[in-house]
Ligand binder design. Structure first.
Ligand code: UGA
Length: 442
């Protein structure tokens, strides 16, 4: 099928590449000329395992094309995805400016029926707004009888495994009241719906809310476990034992119950805020979501409290090795990353940071520039050199097997503050390392 995707961010680019790989003819549109020029040459601006190869392969077959020319895109696609950003507005609600601008652009260039698909995470009711925006732009062009459909088709991919998630989705939600639009999307997704039925057709508003409900439920699981970890810390229990004890109940499950130093990224923080705002605009309380957000905010200071308990609150003259800058492994994304709160608080207290991350160093440089109290180190070992303690903020695979000699040899004194519970506290105690982690006795 001929498909057009507006927006070449995480969601749009991955979706486009995966659809192209499945044999569809896909055009990607973005207003960022530099980005489009790069993409035409196969330069993928984000780190996402497998994405560059996928993009290169599909450029070569011409299944995947890039342009800034909206008209070309609109003319090409029988199905047109809107996958542009929805940054939080001042009050925390999703800013629909970009989504609605794309809707108007589609209407400006449309000359035949189209299925317009909302892929961006948007509040309940957005499909109606997109429909109105297209309708009124068509009316202005005297094309009031030109039929079109607006479908909600939320994305559930995770950064770091985006290509795999998109290629093998666990569900494909199609929110529409049009039989015709549903059929078009069923045809589009047929290559991904082979082994068992993954397509769930529902009304538009349920599809829109399902996306928020999924992310907010996952954020709730994490914040709940983080709260349990603090309680475990105080009563002398081990949150890792508690995790296994409760995860074995299939009603709870093992996934997304790892305590840590708070969730980050571009989705959970934004979506929790947005749903709180939606609820409050409706006069509803959102008690649970407010608590989830507060707990997450507090959790990002969790290690800092332990650092202050150890070193005092004046950290001038101290240097900290920091392993992990990205908000989670396998990405270079530092949006809302706990590492940022940690670094900023350490700097505020006069400390220096020697940081290492396998992918996010450039991003860190871009955010913070060159500064005397931040040194970006080429290896995890060099980050340790002469530091007063090691802080771990991201659970990259390469941090999981600890080289005791490198740590004790590199640090001034062997002290670790681990925000991801990577090591066995007993083992580290035997190796003479002072180990502070989240919700486990040290
Ligand atoms: C999340 C959802 O998992 C995706 O399903 C969704 O499509 C996406 O948002 C989106 O809305 O676009 P993502 O933000 O890539 O995906 O990251 P996750 O892997 O879900 O991790 C989110 C955060 O939770 C990370 O900071 C991670 O460290 C934290 N986390 C996760 C924990 O602290 N504990 C856990 O047990 C699991």
């Amino acid at each position: 099928m001929n498909v057009t995707v507006f927006g070449t961010g995480y969601v749009g680019l991955v979706q486009a590449a995966v659809l192209a790989e499945a044999g569809h003819k896909v055009f990607c549109i973005d207003i960022d000329e530099g980005k489009i020029e790069g993409l035409k040459k196969g330069l993928v601006p984000i780190y996402e395992p497998g994405l560059t190869q996928l993009v290169e392969r599909n450029i070569a077959t011409s299944n995947l094309q890039f342009t800034t020319d909206a008209r070309t895109g609109v003319e090409h696609g029988e199905i047109i995805f809107i996958a542009v950003g929805t940054p939080p507005d001042e009050d925390g609600s999703a800013d629909l400016r970009h989504v609605l601008a794309v809707a108007r652009t589609i209407a400006e260039h449309m000359g035949e029926p189209k299925v317009v698909v909302n892929k961006s995470t948007v509040p309940v009711g957005t499909a109606d707004k997109v429909r109105e925006a297209i309708k009124s732009a068509l009316d202005k062009r005297g094309l009031q009888d030109l039929p079109f459909n607006v479908v909600s088709n939320p994305e559930f991919l995770k950064e770091g495994s985006a290509v795999a998630d998109c290629t093998r989705p666990d569900r494909i939600i199609i929110g529409t009241d049009s039989r015709e639009a549903e059929e078009a999307l069923r045809q589009l997704y047929a290559p991904f719906n082979r082994n068992h039925e993954k397509i769930m057709a529902m009304d538009v508003r349920s599809a829109e809310l399902a996306k928020y409900a999924a992310n907010c439920m996952l954020a709730t699981k994490i914040s709940f476990m983080n709260e349990m970890a603090e309680i475990a810390d105080s009563v002398g229990a081990d949150i890792e034992q508690v995790r296994q004890g409760i995860g074995s109940d299939p009603r709870i499950g093992y996934q997304f119950i790892y305590a840590g130093i708070g969730y980050g990224g571009s989705c959970f923080p934004k979506d929790v805020k947005a749903l709180i705002t939606t609820a409050s605009k409706l006069g509803l309380a959102a008690d649970i979501l407010n608590s989830v957000e507060q707990r997450n905010h507090r959790q990002k200071h969790y290690l800092l409290d332990k650092i202050e308990a150890h070193f005092g609150d004046d950290l001038s003259g101290k240097t900290f090795a920091l392993w992990g800058l990205a908000f989670k492994p396998n990405t270079d994304d530092m949006r809302e990353a706990p590492s940022r709160v940690l670094m900023e608080q350490l700097w505020e207290r006069g400390a220096k940071v020697q940081a290492f991350d396998p992918q996010a160093m450039e991003e860190c440089q871009r955010i913070y520039g060159v500064r005397g109290d931040l040194q970006l180190c080429g290896t995890k070992e060099s980050a340790l050199a002469g530091a007063d303690a090691l802080i771990i903020a991201t659970e990259w695979q390469q941090f999981k097997a600890i080289d005791i000699k490198a740590v004790t040899g590199g640090l001034k004194k062997p002290v670790i503050f681990d925000g991801r519970n990577l090591y066995d506290p007993k083992q580290l105690a035997r190796d003479g390392i002072e180990y502070h982690c989240v919700g486990r006795p040290s």
